[in-house]
Design a protein around this ligand. Structure first.
Ligand code: EPZ
Length: 423
């Protein structure tokens, strides 16, 4: 199993190109199932997760053309050969569950494994299923599988989500575009990935208004056509490198990052004393002061502070000049990085959904273990800021969501290398 070794202490200086967003790309790929015409997606990040989704789509009969090294994927679901997504696939990557809505909308039935829990929380999908039921689908859960049927087609519905869910908003939207009549989704998530999905679906001929606000209105159409779409820039990747530059010191330009998608993070970073600037082509970050101020954060749905940047921000706060409080409000078990950060000398006390982080003078490198995607990159950040060598095990977590991580950091002067141990 590969590991990553970092020798900390070198400041980051340079330009980091930001990839397309994993969490948008995965849902955009699922959208290809809605049409018998091709969908071409540019700036698709080459990650373990996106490759996995491509393999699932292929198993459902979708033609996948994704040349090695290319960021452009062409998906053609001329015919659907299978409407079954087995447990072995969905268990490994939850976002594969998103094929359920498009299959149900296009073919009228689908059998997709329930994803089960994951390292950061239970993550049920009840809101997704209730939305499909509201659109007229019959849902049965049997042997760990969701068996969904709407043999005479889905019907537009008025759905009020009881709380904000990114996945349920996207999944309901994916299904409603081919439903008969109008659908109104209320209390929707407003993450930029939702507007990205709506833009792509509209380019395919869907009629969606209001994506990016809490009310989305969809007028169903009978079919969708060929389209080409560029995946939105990954705000979590951009935010991660912004925090890395603050932690290691130095100055980086995040080429292609969208400043408006990073508002809550940039505000927190400025409050800590990190300089930031936003222009139409990207975001610039510089740390000037020796120590920065502690800043409290509370994770919230967009436009609040993203849960997907909580671990990285905690890594930064471990070396702040004072105590910060970090509250995780989205997932119930998303502090698994705290004990690993402590192995580098961080002082973190976790109580329920709150972590009290007392800044220390310095971190010292140590061997640590990655537990999930964002947690593992928080260890990379801590390793960059620490004195000496940090080795991170189980880096397959990183490979799920960060494209060319070592290369991007090395280009900015970081001493990071992958150790391939095979097996
Ligand atoms: C998406 O997960 C992202 N994943 C997550 O990124 C991200 O952390 C999360 O949104 C929040 O921004 C993808 O897009 C693939 P939710 P999602 O539905 O859609 C509960 C990463 O590291 N809930 O907004 O699953 C749920 O358990 C990943 O890239 C229900 O109870 O998140 C959670 O507590 C991790 N029932 C809360 O809602 C449901 O039916 C918000 O989850 C759905 C969700």
């Amino acid at each position: 199993m590969d590991s990553i070794t970092i020798v900390g202490g070198a400041p980051l200086r340079g330009v980091i190109p930001i990839s397309g967003a994993k969490n948008s790309g995965l849902k955009l790929m699922a959208a290809a199932l809605l049409s018998d015409q091709p969908l071409t997606l540019d700036r698709m990040p080459r990650l373990a997760d996106t490759r996995f989704m491509a393999a699932l789509l292929e198993s459902l009969g979708v033609g996948v053309d994704w040349p090695e090294g290319s960021g452009t994927i062409r998906l053609h679901a001329a015919e659907i050969a299978s409407t079954i997504a087995p447990y072995d696939l969905v268990r490994k990557m939850r976002a594969t569950f998103n094929v359920l809505g498009p299959l149900l909308a296009r073919i009228g039935h689908a059998t997709v494994s329930l994803p089960g829990g994951c390292a950061i929380g239970a993550r049920p999908v009840d809101l997704h299923l209730k939305a499909f039921e509201a659109m007229g689908a019959d849902i049965v859960i049997e042997g760990g599988y969701v068996k969904a049927a709407a043999l005479r087609g889905l019907k537009g519905a008025s759905i009020v989500f009881p709380f904000v869910s990114v996945g349920a908003t996207e999944h309901a939207m994916l299904a409603a575009v081919l439903a008969q009549g109008d659908t109104v989704l209320d209390n929707c998530a407003r993450e930029p990935e939702i507007a990205d999905l709506a833009n792509c679906l509209n380019a395919m001929g869907a009629k969606i208004e209001g994506a990016g606000t809490s009310e989305i209105r969809i007028t169903g159409v009978t079919s969708l056509h060929e389209a080409r779409h560029r995946v939105v820039a990954d705000r979590i990747e951009a935010g991660t490198y912004a925090i890395a530059a603050a932690a290691a010191g130095g100055e980086v330009r995040l080429e292609g990052a969208v400043g408006q998608h990073l508002g809550a993070l940039l505000q927190a970073m400025r409050a800590a004393g990190v300089e930031t600037a936003v222009d139409p082509e990207g975001v610039w970050v510089r740390r000037t002061s020796e120590r920065f101020k502690p800043v409290d954060i509370d994770t919230q749905p967009f436009p609040g502070f993203p849960t997907d940047l909580q671990a990285q921000f905690m890594a930064l706060m471990t070396v702040a000049n004072g105590t910060s409080i970090i509250r995780e409000n989205i997932f119930e078990n998303r502090f698994m990085h705290a004990p690993e950060l402590s192995r580098l000398g961080a002082d973190i006390a976790v109580r329920g959904n709150e972590a009290v982080v007392r800044g220390v003078d310095k971190l010292v490198g140590a061997p640590v273990m990655a537990t999930d995607l964002r947690a593992s990159v928080s260890l990379v950040i801590a390793g960059l800021a620490a004195e000496g060598e940090t080795t991170i095990g189980r880096v397959y977590h990183l490979d799920r969501g960060f494209e060319r991580l070592e290369e991007k950091l090395q280009a900015c002067g970081a001493d990071v290398r992958r150790v391939r141990t095979g097996g």
